[in-house]
Design a protein around this ligand. Sequence first.
Ligand code: ATP
Length: 251
Amino acid sequence: MSELLTIDDISVTYGNIKALRNVSMHVNQGDIVCLIGANGSGKSTLLKAIVGQEPLVNGSITFDGEEICQTRGANGKGKKHKILTTDIIASRGIALVPEGRRVFSQMTVEENLDMGAFMVRDKALINERKEAMYDFFPILGARRRQKTRSLSGGEQQMMAIARALMSGPRMILLDEPGLGLAPLVIADIFEKIDLINKQDNVTVFLVEQNARMALKASTEGYVMENGKIVLHDASASLLENEKVRAAYLGE
Ligand code: ATP
């Protein structure tokens, strides 16, 4: 299988805080890969680095053979070397579903979906994708003219995923899609993520604190602690791993 995303030895700092320390990982085309880790371990920072929202101190990120990272030299004092902007990275086929959903709550469902397609020029294609989203998430179709703030947390998460899919990505990055949702709603959302992967052939990189759900949903998993990758294995093996069971599965 070919590597779609390759993260090679990257570090990210916020002032004196080393949020990511020499992180290397990869995601193969067509896979669902998860990253688990405690609060503050650096998971969101990694996703922001991938989409060009946080510059790298060192290392590189490659998507489909093209280097997309930004580096700024040691301790932020080196020459800033911007490779691709967030918009361009999105146009290459990576869509982020951010933590906390970040929906535009004053806008309708339809307007939110339009925002997800802001890079798409073809109106007919936008409408076709919107209809596909309403078929896939019928509740969004039923509520297309409602303001997003009237939606439940689970519906807002579905909308955030649909908004990301409007750009027609090859890969989606999901930042804690289960956060704050009831177990049955989380199960629904993970079922949808699986369908997006299997039916639409969208590669998925999933970041979750809910380690059990994430490992069950994925084929490969990484474990992050204090900005470092400390374990990488098949998800089925991580589910059996004693350290993972004790630290992340509450066993
Ligand atoms: P959570 O599950 O709470 O989102 P996380 O694993 O995604 O946690 P990050 O949000 O990436 O972790 O945070 C990693 C570290 O960087 C933490 O110590 C956090 O306090 C710090 N951090 C994150 N964002 C910033 C920022 N904008 N400025 C300063 N420090 C930050």
